[in-house]
Design a protein around this ligand. Structure first.
Ligand code: NDP
Length: 278
């Protein structure tokens, strides 16, 4: 099978990232190697994991088993809240790299700002040093709201390459997205399918477009993200859904369809508010 060319998004530090990848939140560590191997066979080259998912080692084994050249892959992991700090961040990064079995990661993220602990600026300075060591290409953040981003930039002068935020048609975080766009920070949409927690895939704006283009509701939502410029990495344990979620480059939503889905915003959050996740 010839693989579709996944578009790449240019980052503000000169590197680029495949716009569509595969996420492994809640993927059982005992099954991660098989699931990520399936995803790589389907064609995904961008994998999003985190220390807190407990499955970095499985991701690393799947990458090693794949035999794919390292430069064809884009691997992201994240620093958990209780590892924020300077030495603790260095140690956490070393441990993640070790579990992944890699010489470098493509992207390392502060997982949550955890503002009550007030250590994200210090952590960011540690990230700058890790990047200087050459063991990570790009550094970024996750779940940062505009005030957190602003403080980071004001106090360090280093603009994150990405902000990975909860983003799906019913929770689009327009203020954060606007701040990111103004500062050339790429937006990564986590929970792009709304984690299946409410019936996003049953809304008529989505199902009507799916009928029109003879695709599935999930493919419509993924296409909406791609056309809105988001980077995304939907998760599935099932190989047929991995293939479905990757088969999104043979059709295009009209601007009216994109607008109708954008109008679904309801501020429905599937996870914690970033100010409360400490
Ligand atoms: P998603 O929005 O990707 O939804 C995943 C759910 O949708 C699963 O229950 C999956 O079920 C189901 N699903 C997948 N494909 C389809 C399909 N084609 N049709 C119907 N249902 C489908 O949620 P995630 O939270 O996993 O978000 C994606 C990634 O974002 C994560 O894996 C992780 O890498 C990242 N993330 C980051 C966070 C952060 O704080 N930075 C927080 C949460 C996620 P099944 O597996 O049974 O197919």
């Amino acid at each position: 099978m010839t693989q579709p060319a996944v578009p790449r998004i240019q980052l503000n530090d000169g590197f680029s990232i495949p716009q569509l990848g595969f996420g492994v939140f809640k993927v059982d560590p005992n099954e991660t190697e098989r699931i990520v191997s399936d995803a790589l066979e389907v064609g995904y080259r961008h994998i999003d994991t985190a220390r807190i998912y407990g499955n970095e080692a499985g991701v690393g084994r799947a990458v090693a088993d794949s035999g794919l050249p390292r430069e064809e892959l884009f691997i992201t992991t994240k620093l958990w809240n209780d590892d924020q700090g300077t030495q603790s961040a260095f140690d956490a990064f070393d441990a993640s790299l070790d579990r992944l079995g890699l010489d470098y990661v493509d992207l390392y993220l502060i997982h949550w700002p955890a503002p009550a602990n007030d250590r994200y600026v210090e952590t960011w300075r540690a990230f700058e040093q890790i990047r200087e060591s050459g063991r990570v290409r790009s550094i970024g953040v996750s779940n940062f709201l505009a005030p957190h981003l602003e403080r980071l930039i004001d106090e360090t002068g280093t603009v994150p390459a990405v902000d990975q935020i909860e983003l799906h048609p019913q929770h689009q975080q327009p203020e954060t997205a606007a701040f990111a766009e103004a500062h050339d920070i790429a937006i990564q949409a986590w929970g792009p399918l709304g984690q299946g927690k409410y019936p996003l895939l049953e809304l008529p704006e989505v199902t009507d477009a799916a009928s029109t283009h003879d695709v599935t509701p999930a493919q419509v939502v993924i296409r909406w993200h791609l056309q809105r410029g988001h980077i995304l990495f939907p998760k599935s344990n099932r190989r047929e859904r991995m293939a479905e979620n990757f088969d999104v480059f043979g059709f295009e939503l009209t601007s009216a369809e994109v607008d109708a889905i954008t109008a679904l915003e309801r501020e429905v959050r599937v996870s914690s508010h970033p100010d409360e996740m400490n």
